[in-house]
Ligand binder design. Structure first.
Ligand SMILES: NC(=O)c1ccc[n+]([C@@H]2O[C@H](COP(=O)([O-])OP(=O)(O)OC[C@H]3O[C@@H](n4cnc5c(N)ncnc54)[C@H](O)[C@@H]3O)[C@@H](O)[C@H]2O)c1
Length: 277
């Protein structure tokens, strides 16, 4: 990482912040991109103690905004070697109560944000001898049936499909860029407060099912969540070793895959996900 340039979206908080810190301490120059200006300013001030870092206010759901992030990176550092498409949000409810605007927000940030990063940065990364794109999905990419979180799971399945497909294509033409899929289980971040960044016209559900699910998620995260720095270490190691799947809680991901295989082989109907598995 020494002397390399890394760009981390959603870098003002949680796992993105920890990745930025890890890359800086490993000797990289880092650009953090985030939609939350005050958090971005605070993060840049803190992270500057570890190395050369600057922040660019970015809305990953806008391709123009991601292009401006790339332009600012090249202008300042002249190159880019690592991109972490990590920014993500969550909102939901029971299916009939989720408005089209809420679906759009989750898909725009979680899926199109990752796609925008890949589309804009891939040609820049390919100018280097070696480049890496780390797309953040979730164990939700392997598990359906978490109550009130259907848009989130849908967006993360899409990130999985995009990342695997692009990786296969890049390998087939022996490209210099490798793809990595980060699929975290519970991690102690501000994810349960993701609606803090919602556009004004996104409605927040107060349904009892939704409130209970969010309380459950917050409790599980507090009880068994990893520290973001542990995830950043795994991301760093995967970049060094060229590992595609970065599974912070392998059993949570593998259980989801095994369940689907079972449903497909037996014809049994998909079952709800048990919290914390
Ligand atoms: N925390 C968990 O348990 C967990 C589990 C699985 C997956 N994830 C995924 O990890 C990623 C990082 O989230 P986190 O847990 O660190 O949460 P977090 O809320 O602490 O950090 C997410 C960051 O993304 C930023 N962001 C939101 N919308 C944005 C936009 N449109 N453009 C740019 N930045 C935007 C936020 O301001 C925030 O700084 C997300 O993709 C999330 O879905 C989290």
């Amino acid at each position: 990482m020494t002397g390399k340039v890394a760009v981390v979206t959603g870098g003002a908080s949680g796992m993105g912040y920890a990745m930025a810190e890890k890359f800086l301490t490993a000797g990289a120059k880092v650009v953090i991109a985030d939609i939350e200006q005050s958090a971005l300013d605070r993060a840049v001030a803190e992270l500057s103690a570890h190395g050369e870092v600057f922040g660019v206010r970015t809305d990953v759901s806008s391709e123009e905004s991601v292009q401006a992030l790339a332009d600012a990176t090249i202008e300042r550092f002249g190159a880019v070697h690592v991109l972490c498409n990590n920014a993500g949000v969550e909102t939901g409810g029971t299916f009939g109560a989720i408005e089209a605007r809420s679906w759009r927000w989750v898909m725009d940030v979680n899926f199109f944000g990752v796609l925008n990063g890949c589309r804009v940065f891939l040609p820049l990364l390919e100018q280097q001898e070696e480049g890496h794109i780390v797309n953040t999905a979730s164990v939700a990419a392997f598990n359906t049936g978490t109550a009130t979180m259907t848009p989130y799971a849908t967006s993360k399945f899409a990130v999985l499909a995009l990342t695997e497909s692009l990786d296969i294509e890049l390998r087939a033409r022996d490209a210099s860029v490798s793809m990595h899929l980060l699929a975290p289980g519970p991690v102690k971040t501000r994810m349960v407060e993701a609606e803090r960044n919602k556009p004004v016209d996104v409605h927040v559900s107060q349904e009892p099912e939704r409130v209970a699910q969010m309380e459950n998620l917050a409790r599980i995260t507090a009880e068994v969540g990893l520290e973001p720095s542990a995830v950043a270490d795994m991301v760093y190691d995967a970049i060094q070793s060229g590992t595609f799947f970065i599974l912070t809680h392998p059993e949570h991901a593998l259980t989801g895959v095994r369940k689907r295989l079972h449903w497909m082989e037996t014809g049994e109907a998909p079952a709800p996900r048990v919290a914390g598995t």
